[in-house]
Design a protein around this ligand. Structure first.
Ligand code: ATP
Ligand code: MG
Ligand code: MG
Ligand code: MG
Length: 564
Protein backbone atom coordinates (compact mmCIF):
# COMPACT_ATOMS: atom_id res chain seq x y z
CA UNK A 1 0.00 0.00 0.00
CA UNK A 2 1.32 3.41 -0.93
CA UNK A 3 1.25 5.88 1.94
CA UNK A 4 0.77 8.75 -0.50
CA UNK A 5 -2.73 7.48 -1.24
CA UNK A 6 -3.70 6.21 2.19
CA UNK A 7 -5.66 8.17 4.78
CA UNK A 8 -3.20 8.27 7.69
CA UNK A 9 -3.67 11.71 9.22
CA UNK A 10 -0.84 11.80 11.77
CA UNK A 11 -0.75 14.63 14.30
CA UNK A 12 2.32 16.17 15.82
CA UNK A 13 0.55 17.47 18.90
CA UNK A 14 -1.40 15.59 21.50
CA UNK A 15 -5.09 16.42 21.34
CA UNK A 16 -6.15 18.25 24.47
CA UNK A 17 -8.77 15.96 25.94
CA UNK A 18 -6.83 12.72 25.57
CA UNK A 19 -5.54 11.63 28.97
CA UNK A 20 -4.01 8.19 28.50
CA UNK A 21 -1.24 7.01 26.18
CA UNK A 22 -3.36 4.70 24.04
CA UNK A 23 -5.96 7.40 23.37
CA UNK A 24 -3.30 10.01 22.53
CA UNK A 25 -1.39 7.64 20.27
CA UNK A 26 -4.45 6.36 18.44
CA UNK A 27 -5.38 9.93 17.60
CA UNK A 28 -1.81 10.99 16.75
CA UNK A 29 -1.14 7.93 14.57
CA UNK A 30 -4.39 8.50 12.70
CA UNK A 31 -6.03 5.24 13.81
CA UNK A 32 -9.29 6.71 15.08
CA UNK A 33 -11.29 9.93 15.15
CA UNK A 34 -13.97 10.91 17.62
CA UNK A 35 -17.47 11.58 16.37
CA UNK A 36 -19.06 12.26 19.74
CA UNK A 37 -18.28 11.44 23.36
CA UNK A 38 -17.37 7.73 23.51
CA UNK A 39 -18.11 7.23 19.80
CA UNK A 40 -15.27 6.73 17.31
CA UNK A 41 -14.59 6.04 13.65
CA UNK A 42 -11.81 3.62 12.78
CA UNK A 43 -9.63 5.04 10.02
CA UNK A 44 -7.86 2.59 7.66
CA UNK A 45 -4.88 1.81 9.94
CA UNK A 46 -7.03 1.44 13.05
CA UNK A 47 -9.40 -0.85 11.23
CA UNK A 48 -6.57 -3.09 10.05
CA UNK A 49 -5.36 -3.64 13.61
CA UNK A 50 -8.92 -4.18 14.80
CA UNK A 51 -9.47 -6.75 12.07
CA UNK A 52 -6.33 -8.63 13.08
CA UNK A 53 -7.66 -8.87 16.63
CA UNK A 54 -11.00 -10.09 15.28
CA UNK A 55 -9.22 -12.77 13.26
CA UNK A 56 -7.41 -14.02 16.36
CA UNK A 57 -10.69 -14.05 18.29
CA UNK A 58 -12.51 -15.90 15.47
CA UNK A 59 -9.77 -18.49 15.05
CA UNK A 60 -9.70 -19.33 18.74
CA UNK A 61 -13.47 -19.31 19.18
CA UNK A 62 -13.90 -21.57 16.15
CA UNK A 63 -11.13 -23.86 17.41
CA UNK A 64 -13.01 -24.13 20.71
CA UNK A 65 -16.09 -25.29 18.81
CA UNK A 66 -18.11 -22.08 19.07
CA UNK A 67 -20.23 -21.09 16.06
CA UNK A 68 -20.32 -17.56 14.72
CA UNK A 69 -23.60 -15.79 14.03
CA UNK A 70 -24.78 -12.18 14.01
CA UNK A 71 -27.65 -10.69 15.95
CA UNK A 72 -29.42 -7.33 15.61
CA UNK A 73 -28.40 -4.28 17.59
CA UNK A 74 -32.01 -3.09 17.85
CA UNK A 75 -34.01 -5.02 20.44
CA UNK A 76 -37.74 -4.72 21.12
CA UNK A 77 -38.33 -3.71 24.75
CA UNK A 78 -40.60 -6.74 25.33
CA UNK A 79 -37.56 -9.00 25.44
CA UNK A 80 -35.83 -6.91 28.06
CA UNK A 81 -39.06 -6.64 30.03
CA UNK A 82 -39.44 -10.41 29.96
CA UNK A 83 -35.99 -10.89 31.51
CA UNK A 84 -36.65 -8.09 33.98
CA UNK A 85 -33.67 -6.08 32.79
CA UNK A 86 -35.66 -3.24 31.17
CA UNK A 87 -36.02 -1.83 34.70
CA UNK A 88 -32.87 -3.19 36.29
CA UNK A 89 -30.28 -2.18 33.69
CA UNK A 90 -30.78 1.53 34.31
CA UNK A 91 -29.59 4.53 32.29
CA UNK A 92 -26.71 2.63 30.65
CA UNK A 93 -29.26 1.00 28.34
CA UNK A 94 -29.85 3.23 25.31
CA UNK A 95 -33.59 3.36 24.64
CA UNK A 96 -35.54 4.68 21.69
CA UNK A 97 -38.97 4.59 20.07
CA UNK A 98 -40.00 3.83 16.54
CA UNK A 99 -42.57 5.88 14.58
CA UNK A 100 -45.41 3.87 16.11
CA UNK A 101 -44.26 4.62 19.62
CA UNK A 102 -42.91 1.12 20.22
CA UNK A 103 -39.95 1.00 22.58
CA UNK A 104 -36.60 -0.45 21.66
CA UNK A 105 -33.17 -0.79 23.23
CA UNK A 106 -29.81 -0.67 21.50
CA UNK A 107 -28.16 -3.92 22.55
CA UNK A 108 -25.82 -3.51 25.51
CA UNK A 109 -25.44 -7.29 25.59
CA UNK A 110 -27.39 -10.13 23.96
CA UNK A 111 -28.56 -12.66 26.54
CA UNK A 112 -32.22 -11.88 25.78
CA UNK A 113 -31.89 -12.20 22.01
CA UNK A 114 -29.78 -15.36 21.98
CA UNK A 115 -31.91 -17.08 24.61
CA UNK A 116 -35.01 -16.37 22.54
CA UNK A 117 -33.40 -17.90 19.46
CA UNK A 118 -32.33 -20.99 21.36
CA UNK A 119 -35.75 -21.26 22.97
CA UNK A 120 -37.39 -21.33 19.53
CA UNK A 121 -34.86 -23.56 17.78
CA UNK A 122 -33.65 -26.06 20.38
CA UNK A 123 -36.05 -28.35 22.14
CA UNK A 124 -34.18 -31.59 22.63
CA UNK A 125 -31.15 -32.64 24.67
CA UNK A 126 -29.84 -34.06 21.38
CA UNK A 127 -29.01 -30.55 20.16
CA UNK A 128 -27.02 -29.69 23.29
CA UNK A 129 -24.44 -28.52 24.13
CA UNK A 130 -23.98 -25.58 21.80
CA UNK A 131 -21.91 -22.38 22.04
CA UNK A 132 -22.75 -19.43 19.78
CA UNK A 133 -20.90 -16.17 19.37
CA UNK A 134 -20.87 -12.93 17.45
CA UNK A 135 -18.57 -9.97 16.99
CA UNK A 136 -20.81 -6.96 17.04
CA UNK A 137 -21.25 -3.35 18.05
CA UNK A 138 -22.61 -2.76 21.53
CA UNK A 139 -24.17 0.36 22.98
CA UNK A 140 -23.87 1.48 26.56
CA UNK A 141 -24.59 4.99 27.73
CA UNK A 142 -21.61 4.97 30.10
CA UNK A 143 -21.80 7.57 32.84
CA UNK A 144 -18.23 8.54 32.09
CA UNK A 145 -17.06 7.58 28.62
CA UNK A 146 -13.32 8.12 28.62
CA UNK A 147 -9.85 7.03 27.65
CA UNK A 148 -10.80 6.71 23.99
CA UNK A 149 -11.63 3.15 23.03
CA UNK A 150 -11.15 1.89 26.58
CA UNK A 151 -14.58 3.08 27.69
CA UNK A 152 -16.77 3.90 24.74
CA UNK A 153 -20.50 4.27 24.41
CA UNK A 154 -20.40 2.39 21.12
CA UNK A 155 -17.82 -0.39 21.08
CA UNK A 156 -17.03 -3.73 19.52
CA UNK A 157 -17.59 -6.82 21.62
CA UNK A 158 -17.22 -10.51 21.01
CA UNK A 159 -19.98 -12.12 23.01
CA UNK A 160 -20.46 -15.87 23.28
CA UNK A 161 -23.18 -17.86 24.99
CA UNK A 162 -23.05 -21.54 25.94
CA UNK A 163 -26.09 -23.78 26.37
CA UNK A 164 -25.79 -27.03 28.31
CA UNK A 165 -28.06 -29.62 29.81
CA UNK A 166 -26.12 -30.12 33.04
CA UNK A 167 -23.94 -28.24 35.49
CA UNK A 168 -20.97 -30.40 34.56
CA UNK A 169 -21.62 -29.58 30.90
CA UNK A 170 -21.54 -25.88 31.79
CA UNK A 171 -18.27 -26.43 33.67
CA UNK A 172 -16.76 -27.90 30.50
CA UNK A 173 -18.05 -25.13 28.24
CA UNK A 174 -16.76 -22.55 30.69
CA UNK A 175 -13.32 -24.13 30.85
CA UNK A 176 -13.11 -24.32 27.11
CA UNK A 177 -13.92 -20.59 26.80
CA UNK A 178 -11.54 -19.73 29.64
CA UNK A 179 -8.73 -21.54 27.80
CA UNK A 180 -9.65 -19.89 24.50
CA UNK A 181 -9.41 -16.49 26.23
CA UNK A 182 -5.96 -17.40 27.51
CA UNK A 183 -4.84 -18.12 23.96
CA UNK A 184 -6.52 -15.05 22.49
CA UNK A 185 -4.93 -12.58 24.88
CA UNK A 186 -1.56 -14.32 24.62
CA UNK A 187 -1.66 -14.11 20.83
CA UNK A 188 -2.63 -10.43 21.08
CA UNK A 189 0.63 -9.89 22.94
CA UNK A 190 -1.05 -8.70 26.12
CA UNK A 191 0.42 -8.92 29.59
CA UNK A 192 -2.71 -10.12 31.40
CA UNK A 193 -3.99 -12.05 34.35
CA UNK A 194 -7.24 -13.94 34.93
CA UNK A 195 -8.77 -13.03 38.28
CA UNK A 196 -11.72 -14.26 40.29
CA UNK A 197 -14.55 -11.77 40.03
CA UNK A 198 -17.65 -11.01 42.02
CA UNK A 199 -20.83 -12.49 40.58
CA UNK A 200 -22.77 -9.63 42.18
CA UNK A 201 -26.44 -9.14 41.46
CA UNK A 202 -26.64 -11.55 38.52
CA UNK A 203 -26.07 -14.48 40.82
CA UNK A 204 -24.32 -17.56 39.53
CA UNK A 205 -21.16 -19.06 40.87
CA UNK A 206 -17.98 -18.94 38.86
CA UNK A 207 -16.87 -15.81 37.09
CA UNK A 208 -13.45 -14.61 36.03
CA UNK A 209 -12.24 -11.38 34.52
CA UNK A 210 -9.25 -11.16 32.23
CA UNK A 211 -7.27 -8.09 33.18
CA UNK A 212 -4.62 -6.45 31.00
CA UNK A 213 -2.16 -4.99 33.47
CA UNK A 214 -1.79 -1.21 33.16
CA UNK A 215 -1.37 1.64 35.63
CA UNK A 216 -4.27 3.54 34.11
CA UNK A 217 -6.58 0.51 34.52
CA UNK A 218 -9.82 1.29 36.30
CA UNK A 219 -9.90 -2.06 38.11
CA UNK A 220 -7.75 -3.14 41.03
CA UNK A 221 -6.34 -6.65 41.10
CA UNK A 222 -5.39 -8.28 44.37
CA UNK A 223 -2.94 -11.13 43.91
CA UNK A 224 -0.63 -13.28 45.94
CA UNK A 225 3.01 -13.44 44.86
CA UNK A 226 3.48 -16.88 46.40
CA UNK A 227 0.32 -18.83 45.50
CA UNK A 228 -2.24 -18.73 42.68
CA UNK A 229 -4.71 -16.42 44.37
CA UNK A 230 -5.83 -13.51 42.19
CA UNK A 231 -9.11 -11.63 42.41
CA UNK A 232 -10.53 -8.27 41.53
CA UNK A 233 -10.83 -5.89 44.44
CA UNK A 234 -14.60 -6.29 44.88
CA UNK A 235 -14.23 -10.03 45.22
CA UNK A 236 -11.17 -9.76 47.46
CA UNK A 237 -12.88 -7.30 49.77
CA UNK A 238 -15.67 -9.79 50.28
CA UNK A 239 -13.11 -12.43 51.18
CA UNK A 240 -11.05 -10.26 53.55
CA UNK A 241 -12.94 -9.03 56.56
CA UNK A 242 -10.17 -6.64 57.66
CA UNK A 243 -11.51 -3.46 56.11
CA UNK A 244 -14.80 -3.19 57.93
CA UNK A 245 -13.27 -4.39 61.18
CA UNK A 246 -10.63 -1.68 61.26
CA UNK A 247 -13.06 1.12 60.57
CA UNK A 248 -15.27 0.17 63.48
CA UNK A 249 -12.63 0.90 66.08
CA UNK A 250 -13.09 4.21 67.76
CA UNK A 251 -9.57 4.92 68.92
CA UNK A 252 -9.33 8.68 68.79
CA UNK A 253 -5.56 8.58 68.68
CA UNK A 254 -5.43 6.27 65.68
CA UNK A 255 -3.71 7.68 62.64
CA UNK A 256 -5.38 7.72 59.20
CA UNK A 257 -5.22 4.35 57.54
CA UNK A 258 -5.73 3.23 54.02
CA UNK A 259 -8.65 0.87 53.60
CA UNK A 260 -9.91 -1.40 50.84
CA UNK A 261 -13.18 -0.15 49.45
CA UNK A 262 -15.27 -1.47 46.59
CA UNK A 263 -16.50 0.61 43.69
CA UNK A 264 -19.81 1.92 45.00
CA UNK A 265 -22.44 4.12 43.45
CA UNK A 266 -23.67 5.80 46.60
CA UNK A 267 -22.47 7.01 49.95
CA UNK A 268 -25.08 4.76 51.51
CA UNK A 269 -23.45 1.67 50.01
CA UNK A 270 -20.04 2.81 51.17
CA UNK A 271 -21.27 3.48 54.68
CA UNK A 272 -22.94 0.07 54.79
CA UNK A 273 -19.75 -1.54 53.64
CA UNK A 274 -17.65 0.30 56.22
CA UNK A 275 -20.36 -0.07 58.85
CA UNK A 276 -20.30 3.57 59.84
CA UNK A 277 -22.85 6.32 59.51
CA UNK A 278 -22.99 8.29 56.23
CA UNK A 279 -22.11 11.59 57.88
CA UNK A 280 -18.72 10.19 58.83
CA UNK A 281 -17.81 9.96 55.17
CA UNK A 282 -16.35 12.83 53.26
CA UNK A 283 -16.42 12.17 49.58
CA UNK A 284 -14.58 14.02 46.92
CA UNK A 285 -15.61 14.67 43.38
CA UNK A 286 -13.74 16.32 40.57
CA UNK A 287 -15.45 19.27 38.96
CA UNK A 288 -14.49 22.40 37.09
CA UNK A 289 -14.74 25.88 38.52
CA UNK A 290 -14.22 28.59 35.94
CA UNK A 291 -12.33 26.11 33.80
CA UNK A 292 -10.04 24.95 36.60
CA UNK A 293 -10.41 21.36 37.78
CA UNK A 294 -10.87 21.10 41.52
CA UNK A 295 -11.72 18.33 43.91
CA UNK A 296 -14.67 19.22 46.05
CA UNK A 297 -15.08 17.52 49.39
CA UNK A 298 -18.64 16.73 50.34
CA UNK A 299 -20.20 15.64 53.54
CA UNK A 300 -21.30 12.05 53.12
CA UNK A 301 -24.82 12.69 54.33
CA UNK A 302 -25.60 15.03 51.46
CA UNK A 303 -27.22 13.80 48.30
CA UNK A 304 -25.92 16.50 45.97
CA UNK A 305 -25.01 15.10 42.60
CA UNK A 306 -22.46 16.46 40.21
CA UNK A 307 -24.89 18.40 38.06
CA UNK A 308 -26.56 20.15 40.91
CA UNK A 309 -23.26 21.01 42.42
CA UNK A 310 -22.10 22.59 39.19
CA UNK A 311 -25.22 24.69 39.25
CA UNK A 312 -24.56 25.66 42.81
CA UNK A 313 -21.02 26.65 41.98
CA UNK A 314 -22.17 28.60 38.98
CA UNK A 315 -24.64 30.46 41.13
CA UNK A 316 -24.05 33.41 43.38
CA UNK A 317 -24.14 31.44 46.59
CA UNK A 318 -20.69 29.96 46.08
CA UNK A 319 -17.70 32.24 46.03
CA UNK A 320 -14.10 31.26 45.65
CA UNK A 321 -12.17 33.26 48.18
CA UNK A 322 -8.68 32.61 46.92
CA UNK A 323 -6.81 30.19 44.77
CA UNK A 324 -6.38 27.69 47.52
CA UNK A 325 -9.27 28.89 49.55
CA UNK A 326 -12.11 27.12 51.21
CA UNK A 327 -15.75 27.57 50.89
CA UNK A 328 -18.76 26.28 52.39
CA UNK A 329 -22.21 25.98 51.17
CA UNK A 330 -24.39 23.61 53.04
CA UNK A 331 -22.71 20.35 52.40
CA UNK A 332 -19.67 21.49 50.47
CA UNK A 333 -16.85 20.85 52.84
CA UNK A 334 -13.92 22.38 51.03
CA UNK A 335 -11.73 21.49 48.13
CA UNK A 336 -8.37 20.37 46.95
CA UNK A 337 -7.18 21.91 43.76
CA UNK A 338 -6.28 22.83 41.15
CA UNK A 339 -5.64 19.26 40.08
CA UNK A 340 -2.23 18.39 38.81
CA UNK A 341 -0.31 20.46 41.34
CA UNK A 342 1.51 18.14 43.70
CA UNK A 343 0.65 17.99 47.35
CA UNK A 344 -2.11 20.50 47.46
CA UNK A 345 -3.46 20.68 50.96
CA UNK A 346 -6.92 19.53 51.79
CA UNK A 347 -8.48 22.31 53.77
CA UNK A 348 -11.21 21.62 56.21
CA UNK A 349 -14.37 23.61 56.23
CA UNK A 350 -15.41 24.95 59.61
CA UNK A 351 -18.69 23.07 59.40
CA UNK A 352 -16.94 19.75 59.74
CA UNK A 353 -14.22 20.71 62.17
CA UNK A 354 -14.50 18.51 65.17
CA UNK A 355 -15.36 15.39 63.22
CA UNK A 356 -13.40 12.44 64.42
CA UNK A 357 -12.95 9.04 62.80
CA UNK A 358 -14.18 10.29 59.51
CA UNK A 359 -13.57 8.43 56.30
CA UNK A 360 -12.23 10.48 53.47
CA UNK A 361 -11.89 9.36 49.90
CA UNK A 362 -12.30 9.79 46.23
CA UNK A 363 -15.23 8.36 44.32
CA UNK A 364 -13.21 5.37 43.37
CA UNK A 365 -12.58 1.92 44.71
CA UNK A 366 -9.62 1.68 47.04
CA UNK A 367 -9.13 5.40 47.58
CA UNK A 368 -10.33 5.83 51.13
CA UNK A 369 -8.70 6.54 54.45
CA UNK A 370 -10.31 5.70 57.76
CA UNK A 371 -9.63 7.24 61.16
CA UNK A 372 -9.37 10.72 59.77
CA UNK A 373 -9.62 13.36 62.45
CA UNK A 374 -10.72 16.36 60.47
CA UNK A 375 -9.19 19.10 62.62
CA UNK A 376 -5.98 17.23 63.14
CA UNK A 377 -5.44 15.54 59.78
CA UNK A 378 -7.11 17.25 56.93
CA UNK A 379 -4.58 20.01 56.46
CA UNK A 380 -1.79 17.46 56.46
CA UNK A 381 -3.27 14.93 54.09
CA UNK A 382 -2.71 15.22 50.40
CA UNK A 383 -4.57 13.77 47.49
CA UNK A 384 -1.51 11.60 46.91
CA UNK A 385 -2.18 9.95 50.25
CA UNK A 386 -5.48 8.77 48.91
CA UNK A 387 -4.00 7.51 45.70
CA UNK A 388 -1.32 5.35 47.29
CA UNK A 389 -2.16 1.73 46.90
CA UNK A 390 -3.56 0.03 49.91
CA UNK A 391 -1.08 -2.34 51.46
CA UNK A 392 -0.66 -4.79 54.26
CA UNK A 393 -3.40 -7.39 53.73
CA UNK A 394 -2.52 -11.06 53.75
CA UNK A 395 -3.53 -13.93 51.53
CA UNK A 396 -6.16 -16.16 53.12
CA UNK A 397 -4.79 -19.19 51.27
CA UNK A 398 -1.10 -19.01 52.15
CA UNK A 399 -0.65 -16.03 54.46
CA UNK A 400 1.78 -14.18 52.21
CA UNK A 401 1.35 -10.42 51.94
CA UNK A 402 -0.91 -9.59 49.00
CA UNK A 403 0.12 -7.40 46.09
CA UNK A 404 -2.04 -4.95 44.20
CA UNK A 405 -2.05 -3.99 40.56
CA UNK A 406 -4.22 -2.00 38.21
CA UNK A 407 -5.92 -3.69 35.30
CA UNK A 408 -8.11 -3.11 32.27
CA UNK A 409 -10.97 -5.62 32.03
CA UNK A 410 -10.54 -7.02 28.52
CA UNK A 411 -12.62 -10.15 28.97
CA UNK A 412 -15.19 -11.66 31.27
CA UNK A 413 -16.45 -15.24 31.55
CA UNK A 414 -19.53 -16.00 33.59
CA UNK A 415 -21.57 -19.04 34.60
CA UNK A 416 -25.08 -17.68 34.26
CA UNK A 417 -27.00 -20.80 35.19
CA UNK A 418 -30.73 -20.66 34.41
CA UNK A 419 -31.56 -16.99 35.02
CA UNK A 420 -32.35 -16.22 31.37
CA UNK A 421 -33.56 -19.64 30.31
CA UNK A 422 -36.13 -19.57 33.11
CA UNK A 423 -37.34 -16.02 32.59
CA UNK A 424 -37.52 -16.43 28.81
CA UNK A 425 -38.69 -20.03 28.83
CA UNK A 426 -35.77 -21.79 27.10
CA UNK A 427 -36.00 -25.44 28.08
CA UNK A 428 -35.08 -28.78 26.58
CA UNK A 429 -36.61 -32.19 27.01
CA UNK A 430 -34.35 -34.94 28.34
CA UNK A 431 -34.30 -38.66 27.41
CA UNK A 432 -37.50 -39.23 29.36
CA UNK A 433 -39.30 -36.27 27.83
CA UNK A 434 -39.13 -34.16 30.98
CA UNK A 435 -38.60 -30.40 30.40
CA UNK A 436 -35.59 -28.75 32.06
CA UNK A 437 -34.27 -25.19 31.78
CA UNK A 438 -31.12 -24.92 29.67
CA UNK A 439 -28.00 -24.03 31.67
CA UNK A 440 -26.14 -21.03 30.27
CA UNK A 441 -22.78 -19.32 30.36
CA UNK A 442 -21.79 -15.98 28.80
CA UNK A 443 -18.37 -14.85 27.67
CA UNK A 444 -17.40 -11.34 26.54
CA UNK A 445 -14.30 -9.77 25.05
CA UNK A 446 -14.04 -6.04 24.49
CA UNK A 447 -12.47 -6.26 21.04
CA UNK A 448 -12.04 -2.49 20.61
CA UNK A 449 -10.88 -2.19 24.22
CA UNK A 450 -8.26 -4.88 23.52
CA UNK A 451 -6.89 -2.71 20.72
CA UNK A 452 -6.42 0.20 23.12
CA UNK A 453 -5.04 -2.07 25.85
CA UNK A 454 -2.41 -3.44 23.47
CA UNK A 455 -1.19 0.09 22.75
CA UNK A 456 -1.36 0.99 26.42
CA UNK A 457 1.20 -1.78 27.02
CA UNK A 458 3.30 -1.22 23.91
CA UNK A 459 4.64 2.25 23.29
CA UNK A 460 7.55 4.56 23.99
CA UNK A 461 8.03 8.32 23.79
CA UNK A 462 8.20 8.15 20.01
CA UNK A 463 5.04 6.18 19.37
CA UNK A 464 3.33 2.83 19.17
CA UNK A 465 5.30 -0.46 19.20
CA UNK A 466 2.97 -3.01 17.60
CA UNK A 467 3.15 -6.70 18.45
CA UNK A 468 3.65 -8.73 15.26
CA UNK A 469 0.25 -10.38 15.57
CA UNK A 470 -1.88 -7.24 15.33
CA UNK A 471 0.28 -4.65 13.57
CA UNK A 472 -1.57 -2.93 10.71
CA UNK A 473 1.45 -3.56 8.45
CA UNK A 474 4.44 -5.86 8.90
CA UNK A 475 6.94 -3.57 7.20
CA UNK A 476 7.27 0.17 6.72
CA UNK A 477 9.25 0.72 3.53
CA UNK A 478 10.61 4.22 3.47
CA UNK A 479 12.09 5.88 0.39
CA UNK A 480 14.20 8.84 1.48
CA UNK A 481 14.06 10.73 -1.84
CA UNK A 482 11.26 9.64 -4.12
CA UNK A 483 12.62 11.86 -6.91
CA UNK A 484 15.78 9.74 -6.99
CA UNK A 485 15.35 7.19 -9.82
CA UNK A 486 17.67 4.62 -8.23
CA UNK A 487 15.95 4.79 -4.83
CA UNK A 488 12.55 4.57 -6.47
CA UNK A 489 13.51 1.56 -8.56
CA UNK A 490 15.04 -0.32 -5.64
CA UNK A 491 12.04 0.47 -3.44
CA UNK A 492 9.67 -0.87 -6.09
CA UNK A 493 11.69 -4.05 -6.33
CA UNK A 494 11.73 -4.58 -2.54
CA UNK A 495 8.03 -3.78 -2.28
CA UNK A 496 7.25 -6.46 -4.85
CA UNK A 497 9.52 -9.05 -3.26
CA UNK A 498 8.05 -8.53 0.20
CA UNK A 499 4.40 -8.45 -0.83
CA UNK A 500 4.86 -11.52 -3.03
CA UNK A 501 6.23 -13.31 0.04
CA UNK A 502 3.07 -12.46 1.96
CA UNK A 503 4.28 -9.51 4.03
CA UNK A 504 2.01 -6.50 4.29
CA UNK A 505 3.98 -3.38 3.43
CA UNK A 506 3.20 0.29 3.80
CA UNK A 507 5.42 2.15 1.37
CA UNK A 508 6.18 5.72 2.38
CA UNK A 509 6.45 7.20 -1.09
CA UNK A 510 5.51 10.70 0.02
CA UNK A 511 7.49 13.77 -0.95
CA UNK A 512 8.14 14.73 2.66
CA UNK A 513 11.33 15.66 4.44
CA UNK A 514 13.19 12.53 5.69
CA UNK A 515 12.79 13.71 9.30
CA UNK A 516 9.03 13.81 8.95
CA UNK A 517 9.00 10.33 7.46
CA UNK A 518 11.21 8.87 10.19
CA UNK A 519 9.09 10.44 12.91
CA UNK A 520 5.91 9.12 11.35
CA UNK A 521 7.43 5.66 11.02
CA UNK A 522 8.27 5.63 14.73
CA UNK A 523 4.81 6.95 15.60
CA UNK A 524 3.02 4.33 13.49
CA UNK A 525 5.29 1.70 15.04
CA UNK A 526 5.29 -1.26 12.61
CA UNK A 527 7.77 -3.99 13.62
CA UNK A 528 10.32 -3.40 10.83
CA UNK A 529 11.35 -0.27 8.96
CA UNK A 530 13.33 -0.64 5.75
CA UNK A 531 14.89 2.59 4.54
CA UNK A 532 16.00 3.02 0.96
CA UNK A 533 18.46 5.91 0.82
CA UNK A 534 21.86 6.85 -0.55
CA UNK A 535 23.20 3.30 -0.55
CA UNK A 536 20.55 2.26 -3.06
CA UNK A 537 23.27 2.45 -5.71
CA UNK A 538 25.01 -0.44 -3.95
CA UNK A 539 21.69 -2.28 -3.49
CA UNK A 540 22.00 -1.77 0.26
CA UNK A 541 19.14 -0.71 2.52
CA UNK A 542 18.93 0.04 6.22
CA UNK A 543 16.67 -1.99 8.51
CA UNK A 544 15.47 -0.90 11.94
CA UNK A 545 13.48 -2.99 14.37
CA UNK A 546 10.96 -0.82 16.16
CA UNK A 547 10.88 -2.76 19.42
CA UNK A 548 14.58 -3.42 20.03
CA UNK A 549 15.89 -0.40 18.12
CA UNK A 550 18.41 -2.73 16.42
CA UNK A 551 19.72 -1.37 13.12
CA UNK A 552 21.51 -3.26 10.39
CA UNK A 553 22.12 -3.14 6.67
CA UNK A 554 20.84 -5.70 4.18
CA UNK A 555 21.37 -6.15 0.47
CA UNK A 556 18.43 -6.69 -1.82
CA UNK A 557 19.83 -10.17 -2.44
CA UNK A 558 19.62 -10.93 1.26
CA UNK A 559 16.01 -9.70 1.38
CA UNK A 560 15.14 -11.82 -1.64
CA UNK A 561 16.82 -14.86 -0.08
CA UNK A 562 14.88 -14.31 3.14
CA UNK A 563 11.63 -14.17 1.16
CA UNK A 564 12.28 -17.41 -0.72
P1 ATP B 1 -16.56 -2.47 32.91
O1 ATP B 1 -16.45 -3.06 34.28
O2 ATP B 1 -15.25 -2.00 32.37
O3 ATP B 1 -17.64 -1.42 32.80
P2 ATP B 1 -18.33 -4.54 32.22
O4 ATP B 1 -18.04 -5.49 33.33
O5 ATP B 1 -19.50 -3.64 32.34
O6 ATP B 1 -17.01 -3.65 31.93
P3 ATP B 1 -19.10 -6.75 30.54
O7 ATP B 1 -20.56 -6.58 30.64
O8 ATP B 1 -18.43 -7.81 31.33
O9 ATP B 1 -18.40 -5.32 30.82
O10 ATP B 1 -18.75 -6.84 28.97
C1 ATP B 1 -17.78 -7.71 28.40
C2 ATP B 1 -16.54 -6.96 27.96
O11 ATP B 1 -16.85 -5.82 27.14
C3 ATP B 1 -15.75 -6.36 29.10
O12 ATP B 1 -14.95 -7.31 29.72
C4 ATP B 1 -14.95 -5.26 28.40
O13 ATP B 1 -13.78 -5.81 27.84
C5 ATP B 1 -15.88 -4.82 27.29
N1 ATP B 1 -16.53 -3.53 27.61
C6 ATP B 1 -17.49 -3.30 28.52
N2 ATP B 1 -17.86 -2.02 28.53
C7 ATP B 1 -17.10 -1.40 27.59
C8 ATP B 1 -17.02 -0.06 27.11
N3 ATP B 1 -17.80 0.88 27.60
N4 ATP B 1 -16.11 0.21 26.13
C9 ATP B 1 -15.32 -0.76 25.62
N5 ATP B 1 -15.36 -2.04 26.03
C10 ATP B 1 -16.24 -2.36 27.01
MG1 MG C 1 -19.67 -1.63 32.68
MG1 MG D 1 -16.65 -5.02 35.01
MG1 MG E 1 -17.57 -7.50 33.21
Amino acid sequence: MRQQRMLIPTLRDVPGDAEVASHKLMLRAGLIRQLSSGIYSYLPLGLKALQHIQTIVREEMDAAGAQEMLMPALHPSELWKASGRWDVYGPELMRLEDRHGREFALGATHEEVITTIVKDEIQSYKKLPVTLYQIQTKYRDERRPRFGLLRGREFLMKDAYSFDRSQSGLDESYESMYNAYDRIFTRCGLNFRAVEADSGAIGGTDTHEFMALADIGEDTIVHCPSCHYAANLEKAVGQLPAASASSKQSDLNAKPQKVHTPQVSSIKQLSEFLQISPEQIIKSIAIEVNGTPVIVLLRGDCEINEIKLKNVLGGSEFTMLSEAGIHKLGSVAGFIGPLGLPNIKIIADTSIIGMQNAVIGANEADYHLTHVHVERDLVDLTYDDLRNVTEGEHCLTCGHELSFAKGIEVGHVFKLGTKYSRSLGASFSDENGAAEPIIMGCYGIGVSRVLAAIIEQNYDERGIIWPDSVTPFDVHLLTVHVQDEIQLKLSTEIYKTLTAAGYSVLWDDREERPGVKFNDADLLGFPLRITVGKKAVEHIVECKERRSGDQYELTTEQIAAHCQ
